[in-house]
Each structure stands twice: as structure tokens, then as C-alpha cells.
Design a protein around this ligand. Structure first.
Ligand code: AMP
Ligand code: MG
Length: 423
């Protein structure tokens, strides 16, 4: 494991007091190591889990050449360029069992979708392309079909002996279906990542406590919990921890003992007159950053014991933005995912001008919709304050105004990180 100082030394122009957002992603990528423990679980339970090894296909899918349509199977060598082809129907091939019989030139077999292609036949004419040509006979008009049409090849989806899915695949519905198509009742997956979370701040109330002057209810616990659940992490909820050294120490020690990663919110700003930062420093190898971004400038990052620490700012929108921009890709890496890259950004035309200074990354809450011409358009939600959580509810994505970018004019294209699949 590399120390923070070693990682910092590898990064060009590392400045903890003005760190560009892309440098944060790179730093975390070097800090985090994937978990290694694995287990075999039922395919039915595998959604969202990460494959521990390559899965080699034990069989071919489909197992036989078969028909892609309801129609008639025949030897396509008989198709001529201009004359219709007349064939005598000599049998029926149903899905699920092979048709046993010989088909000679001038003959065909009625065949259902998924039925095995009889030997020697390579082409299927769909039912609706044919014309009746007397008792037990069909005609195929010229020019409607080519040899090989509507035949699915054995193994065209998956070939026996080849890797069907690679280690590090995060199993979505399609991958789960694919594993099932291989007849695999269990899958080897990496163990779930455990993340401990607590909120800090003497003004933070837990649900159930009566409101009091100057205090706010803890929303970060719920946004973080939700985002962790979306990633499939196990959450250890350590509640709200008051700003007392003994309580903070106990919370950090418990978190480090139980979890692969620790996330906290609050208490990392520059002006904080509290014990959170001091305790992080005392217990671990921790850097305190000012990130060139808005919202979300302050952040603490490092290790306590063998757990990775993400000390997020306190403001509710800043928590969600820093989670999506930095913590999420780092957790994907911790989970052992092959693809930890942030999701691809969408381009949309801005419906309004946006003021922006080069030299920091700004994340505005955006609402993307189809414009009058059908192309994507994005407008901002109202108040962009970093405490205005309702803006995150209204938005369906974050407009990402990159580090070097300046102001945006109405009609300019901007990048948007869509929430779908993330939130
Ligand atoms: P801090 O980063 O501790 O200075 O907090 C910045 C702002 O976020 C303050 O207005 C806090 O009251 C607010 N805040 C901090 N933690 C939470 C939380 N868990 N839930 C809601 N608001 C919070
Ligand atoms: Mg605070």
C-alpha cells in the first residue's frame, strides 16, 4: 500500500490547496485497492455483484443452428436470381425437438422459431413471404430472400470454451440472464464492500429528536445511504457523532475495524473549530484538500487502519456531488469493477447563459429534456446553493462545467452527468 505522500509525489503539480477535480479522481484511483475475498452465490441473487473470475462458457448458445422465424426451411442453393422457387412441404420441425427426416431438392420443412435446422438446410423463408402453390406446396417469390437468411448459428451468442463474462463485470440484469442462459445456477462473486458512515456536527439532529433552534435534521445520512445502496455496498450506519474527541475516536475506530471504507460528512472545512479533522489526523494517514470545484471545496482523504477514508463536506448538495464525482468511482474500484470510469457525459444545449470562471469545475443541477427540434436541451434548477437539496430532487442530471471552461452562452452545448443509474 502506497502512502499519501508517495501517491502525491507521483502526481504532477499536486497542490492540496487547489486540487483540480480530475487530479482528485486520479489520486483516489491510486489510493484504492480492490477487495479480494470471494464467494459463490445463487445466480438469482447476483444482481449488482462483481464477478470474481472469468466465466468460461460450458456450452454454446444457441446449442444448434436454428430458425429465427416461423416459416419453411430449405436448401438455399436452390434460390435463383429471377425465378420464383416452388417447394413441397414434407414435414414440420417444432421448437424443442429435432425433425428426423430427409429433405431432397424441391422440398422444404415447415419450421417454428427456435426449432433445430434439419441437416443440410441453411435458409428459412418466413411464412408471410410465401404464396400457396397448390396442395402441400409453397412458392417463394424471386428476390425476397438470400441464402442463409433467418438461420441462427450454433454458438453465435456464446461459444463453448470461450469467456462469456470477464472478472470484474458488475452484474446487471443482462449479465444475470446470460449466466442463466449458460445453465449456471451459481456465480463466483467478490465479497460485498462494507462502508461505514457517520455524520458529524453538534447542530445535526437524528430523526425522532425534537427540533431545536439552530439545529438541522441529518439528511446526509440518507443521501449517502441511498447512493451506497445503489452501488450494492453494505452500509454500517454509525449515526450522528457529536463533536467530542472521545466520541469521534470511538466512531473512527469502530468504523475502521468493521469497514473497507469510511465516509463522514461535515467538519472538514477550513474554518471548522472542531475535533473531526484533528481526530482523522491522529488516527490515520489523511490529507486535507481544497478542491477547485463548486459545490464542495473541502474534503479529507486517506486511510485509517486499512480502511479508505472519505471525509466529505457537510453541505447536502456538496455531499452528493463529491460522492458522485469522486467517491463513487473509487468505491467501484474497491468493489473490484473492471469499469470504474465515471459514466459517459451527455451533450445538451444550454437553454440559458451560465456564468463560470475558468480554474474550477462547477456542477450545476440541470433538467434535461427534448427541445422543440427533438435535440437535448438543459436548463438549471433555480437556487444553486450547496445546501439546497430540493435542487437535487428536481434535477435529472448535473451540468458539468469543466476546469478550464469559461461562461456558457444560451445555445452552447454543455456536458451533463445524468442521474439515471446513479441516483
Ligand atoms: P460543515 O461542513 O460541517 O461546515 O457543514 C456545512 C453545512 O452543512 C452546515 O450548514 C451544516 O449544518 C450542514 N450539514 C452538515 N452536516 C449535515 C448533515 N448530516 N445533514 C444536513 N446538513 C448538514
Ligand atoms: Mg460542522
Amino acid at each position: 500500500m502506497k502512502t499519501l505522500a508517495q501517491i502525491a509525489a507521483q502526481l504532477q503539480g499536486y497542490d492540496p490547496l487547489a486540487l483540480p477535480a480530475p487530479a482528485v479522481v486520479e489520486f483516489l484511483d491510486r489510493l484504492v485497492e480492490p477487495v479480494t475475498g470471494s464467494e459463490d452465490i445463487a445466480t438469482a441473487q447476483a444482481l449488482g455483484r462483481v464477478l470474481a473470475r472469468d466465466v468460461v462458457s460450458p456450452l454454446s448458445v444457441p446449442p444448434h443452428d436454428n430458425s429465427a422465424m416461423d416459416g419453411f426451411a430449405f436448401d438455399g442453393a436452390q434460390l435463383g436470381p429471377d425465378a420464383p422457387l416452388e417447394l413441397t412441404v414434407v414435414g414440420t420441425a417444432l421448437a424443442g425437438k429435432a425433425w428426423q427426416g430427409q429433405v431432397r431438392p424441391g422440398e422444404c420443412v415447415k419450421i417454428m422459431t427456435g426449432a433445430i435446422m434439419p441437416p443440410g438446410l441453411d435458409t428459412v423463408v418466413p411464412q408471410e413471404f410465401t404464396k400457396p402453390a397448390g396442395e402441400g406446396r409453397i412458392a417463394i417469390p424471386a428476390g425476397v430472400l438470400q441464402r442463409g437468411d433467418n438461420r441462427r448459428h450454433a454458438g453465435e451468442d456464446l461459444m463453448a470454451g470461450r469467456p462469456a463474462l470477464l472478472q470484474g463485470e458488475r452484474l446487471g440484469p443482462a449479465a444475470c440472464g446470460l449466466l442463466a442462459s449458460l445453465g449456471l445456477p451459481t456465480v463466483p462473486v467478490l465479497r460485498r464492500v462494507r462502508v461505514a458512515y457517520f455524520s458529524t456536527g453538534d447542530e445535526i439532529l437524528s430523526l425522532g429528536e425534537p427540533p431545536r433552534e439552530g439545529a438541522v435534521y441529518d439528511s446526509n445520512r440518507y443521501t449517502v445511504r441511498g447512493m451506497l445502496a445503489r452501488l450494492g455496498c453494505e452500509v454500517i450506519d454509525l449515526g450522528v457523532v457529536r463533536d467530542e474527541p472521545a466520541l469521534l475516536e470511538q466512531a473512527f475506530r469502530q468504523a475502521a475495524a468493521q469497514a473497507d471504507a469510511i465516509i463522514t460528512s461535515g467538519g472538514v472545512s477550513v474554518g471548522e473549530a472542531d475535533f473531526t479533522k484533528a481526530m482523522m489526523k491522529q488516527l490515520g494517514d489523511v490529507a486535507f484538500w481544497k478542491i477547485a470545484m463548486r459545490p464542495g471545496r473541502p474534503m479529507a482523504v486517506g486511510r485509517i487502519g486499512s480502511s479508505v477514508l472519505f471525509g466529505l463536506p457537510g453541505n447536502p448538495v456538496a455531499v452528493m456531488v463529491t460522492f458522485l464525482a469522486f467517491v463513487r468511482p473509487a468505491l467501484l474500484r474497491l468493489m473490484g469493477c473492471r469499469d470504474c470510469a465515471p459514466p459517459p457525459l451527455l451533450r445538451a444545449r444550454s437553454a440559458e447563459p451560465m456564468r463560470k470562471k475558468p480554474g474550477r469545475t462547477e456542477y450545476q443541477r440541470g433538467i434535461v429534456s427534448a427541445g422543440a427540434d427533438g435535440r437535448l436541451e438543459v436548463r438549471t434548477t433555480g437556487n444553486q446553493g450547496s445546501g439546497v437539496l430540493s435542487s437535487m430532487v428536481q434535477a435529472n442530471g448535473l451540468i458539468v462545467l469543466h476546469h478550464g471552461q469559461g461562461s456558457v452562452a444560451a445555445g452552447d452545448e454543455v456536458d451533463v452527468m445524468m442521474f439515471e443509474g446513479l441516483l
